[in-house]
Ligand binder design. Sequence first.
Ligand code: APR
Ligand code: PHB
Length: 392
Amino acid sequence: MRTQVGIIGAGPAGLFLSLLLQRAGIDCVVLESRSREYVESRVRAGVLEQGTVNLMAELGVDARLRRECMIDEGLDMRFSGKLIHLDLPDLTNGKLVHIYGQQEVVKDLIAKRIASGHALLFEAEATRIEGINTGKPTIHFKHEGKEQTLTCDFVAGCDGFHGVGRPAMPASELKIYDREFPFSWLGVLSESPPLTEMTYCNHERGYALVSRRSPQIARLYVQCPNDDDLANWPDSRIWDELHLRIGDEARTELKEGRIFQKGITPCRSFVSAPMQHGRLFLAGDASHIVPPTGAKGLNLAVADVRVLSRGLIDFFKTGATQRLERYSEVCLRRIWKVVRFSTFMTMLLHRPPDQTPFDREIQIAELDYIRTSRAPQTAIAENYVGLPYEDD
Ligand code: APR
Ligand code: PHB
C-alpha cells in the first residue's frame, strides 16, 4: 500500500489527525491493532475543553455531542468539611467545559471516517517502522493474517504509550521524563444520578472524584494503592468509601446504583522529547502521559494533532517545512504546562501513603488558601477549561 501519511493508532490523536488531513485533501491510512468494538468500548475520561469541542464542530462530528453532552460551568473541591466552588465562566471570561465520554468521541470520529470511505483498518497491527530517515518510510503491519507494508511520506505515531512509534526513535536521541505516583484510581460507571457539580475530594482516607456521563450515569473514582486488586473492591466497599470521602456520612447525598464497569488506572506523568525524528512524528500518549486528575489526556492529544496537521498540510501544499521543524518545540511548551497542572492537582488532592504530618498540614493550608483567594481559583479554572492554543 502507498499513502502520503501513515497513521498508526485509532485513538483520539490518530482519528482527529486523519479527519484534519482528509479535509485538506491529503491522503492518509489509519492502522489500528484492535477491533472497532474494542476501541469504541474503552472507557476513559470525559471532560472536553472548548478547543476540542470547536475542532469537533469544524470537522462536522459534533451533532451527537450537542445532543448528549452535559455542560459544566462549575467545579467543586471538598476538604476537611469545607467547600471550594469554582465558577468557571466568572473566573475565565465565560469559558466552560463539556462532559462527554472519550469513547463517545472516538465512536463519532470513527463513524465519520468510515462514512467518508477513507482508509481505517482495524485489527491491523503495526509491527515495525522502517526508513524514517529517508523520504519514504515504510510501516510493516499484520492484517488478515498477512504481513503487509504501507509506504508513505510521513509516519504519525498515534499509537499510545505501548505502541511501536516511540521505540522507533533512536534511544540516544530521546530524553525521557517520568514520574509515577504512589497511588492509582479505581474508576466505576454506575446507573445512579451523579452530584450536580464535578466534585473532587481530598479526604483523610484518600482522594475521591464524583463525575458523570449523563443525568442517569455517574462516573466515580477513589484513590487506591498501586497494584491493588479489583477483588478487594466489592461494590459495597466502593460506596462506603465514596460516601465517607465526599463527606456524606449520613449517606443521603450520593445516590447509589448498579455499578456496570470497574477498572484501575495508574497515575503517571511521562514526557518523551523530541516528538519528531526524520519522517516520524509522535502525538498524544505515544509521547506523553498525564495523571487523570484534570482529565487532560484527550485534550492534549487534540492540541498535538492540530499543530501536526498544519505542518503536514503546509508541506504538501507549499513544500514549506518550518511548521514541521517547530512541531516538537511548539507542542512541548503546552505539554509541560499541562503536565504541571495535572501534577499540581494530583498532589493537591491525593494522600500519598508516605505523606508526613507536615506535608498534610501544607496540603490543607494550600486548599484553604485556594478557598479564600481568587488568584489561585483563577489559575486552576484557566487550566481546567483549557489554555489558549499557541497559534504556531
Ligand atoms: N499498531 C496499530 N495500532 C496500535 C499499535 C500498533 N502497534 N499500538 C497501539 N495501537 C493503537 C491502540 O490500540 C489505541 O487504539 O493505538 C491507539 C492509541 O490510542 P490512545 O491510547 O487512545 O492514545 P491517543 O490517541 O494518544 O489518545 C490519548 O487516550 O489514553 C487516553 O488518557 C489518554 O485521553 C488520552 C487519550
Ligand atoms: C471523568 O469524567 O472521567 C473525569 C473527570 C475529571 C477528571 C478525570 C476524569 O479529572
